[in-house]
Write a protein that binds this ligand. Sequence first.
Ligand code: APR
Length: 248
Amino acid sequence: MQFTEEFLEKLTEANRIVFFTGAGISAESGVSTFRGKEGIWNKIKPEELASFDAFLKNPNMVWEWYQYRRKIVNEAAPNPGHLAIAEFEKYFKDVCVVTQNVDNLHARAGSSYIYELHGNIERNYCINCKTFYNKDELQFSEKTPICKICSGLIRPDVVWFGELLPEQIFIDAESKAIHSDICFVVGTSALVYPAANIPILAKRSGSYLVEVNIESTELSRFADHSFIGKSGEILPKILNEVKNLRTV
Ligand code: APR
């Protein structure tokens, strides 16, 4: 894999790195993406399972689906792409992950600073009193659990279509993007807003935009450099280059 002089220079000079990631980085861990040929949304209508209305209409059906996704995520393991990102922290002053993924794989790979724009499938909360329940506090079954405090329905702490992103997390992620030297955009179709604004904000603030994807995307025209291929293969190679260029 060839690296341009410009890219190597950026890797040598940079201090602050943002990794903006999407479902594609977890594809090699066996977690399906949403769009593309094998994407979830080709098989299921998002409004039927990933919206608050759908949950109110049929909470057990939605809960059961998240139980199925949790099973896949729990049986999955971080892949070399997740692990490489975590290891970048050894070579740069400030590395963070801004992710659209709810699968917890960046945390399990050892990344320290993660901004979860769309929530986390391991967390849950009561739709009435907002009490949070982590997975150990809930009797997981196919039936939607009930809040011990107010008997409200408990839902997964993920952002459904039509819902707002967690405000402070988004504000912090924007700030990281604005102050970044390099923003890697990994495994995302960059079609879902406002999350997809993050790499554009980084670019507009002078950050060097590097895309890693198996195909070109809406964002490719903004990228200073695009690596076409699997993130689990490309990110470890970029990390190796970093190891040659920088000392711990
Ligand atoms: N390596 C790199 N890129 C990959 C790989 C891989 N191994 N496999 C797939 N991709 C790319 C696809 O080409 C596609 O561009 O990952 C992208 C996945 O795009 P989506 O399925 O649209 O996922 P994402 O961009 O994360 O979706 C954003 O939409 O459905 C909502 O809330 C959900 O967070 C999600 C948001």
